[in-house]
Ligand binder design. Sequence first.
Ligand code: IPE
Ligand code: IPE
Ligand code: MG
Length: 238
Amino acid sequence: MSDKGHLPSHIAIIMDGNGRWARRKGFMRFRGHREGAESVREITRECAKKHLKQLTLYAFSQENWKRPQREINLLMKLLKEFLIKERKEINDNNIRLTAIGRVHELPDDAQRELAITMEGSKNNTGMILCLALNYGGRAEIVDAAKQIAKDVRTGKLGLDEITEETFKQYLYMRDMPDPDLLIRTGGEMRVSNFLLWEISYTELWVTPVLWPDFKKAHLEEAIKDYQRRERRFGGIRG
Ligand code: IPE
Ligand code: IPE
Ligand code: MG
């Protein structure tokens, strides 16, 4: 039962602190987001090298629409740039790109680049890179509940067939394993509506390091810490 000593197969990251990083250096917030994109590149490459099954990155939350329109536009521009520029790197590293969240509400051009990169990497057999975009954990559960209600109404699903396993089949992450390790940078001790269902038994690791400063050495530190832990899933020492 214990996962002690093992590499996590699925890591999820709340990439926080870009704005603070910029402020501390006397830059505009945008510089922080741009630097943050460099960390995405480095961490993705490292995780692929370690043969992780999946890396899930919280890139834009549903709540992030509350930010000034200028910042939202810049974030969407950076997303588009990332999707275009990283196509080669994604394929060179045998990575398959996927996305979770209400992706259909993103600007059309971002959706288009996302679709192209996903399509171009769909036959890759290495790590899955899952971007959480316009993502909200409660929305994910509500979307699942709606679809379940529809299926029950049309007779496709029986009431007694609604189990934890079938429920999971209605979530955005239906085909993916739950994260073993959730990393949050920037020091906040909160989940911010990320993967509510999926992190029930995930190991949490929070660091004050701001996302643009988060590099390979910090990833190693998080993984080492994870490997020292004993996961009991409600049981007793194995
Ligand atoms: C995280 O950095 C990036 C996104 C939420 C897109 P922030 O922009 O939240 O940075 P802080 O928390 O203000 O420092
Ligand atoms: C969490 O960061 C969301 C992402 C990293 C995309 P926020 O900066 O939006 O989170 P809160 O508002 O501090 O909880
Ligand atoms: Mg933040």
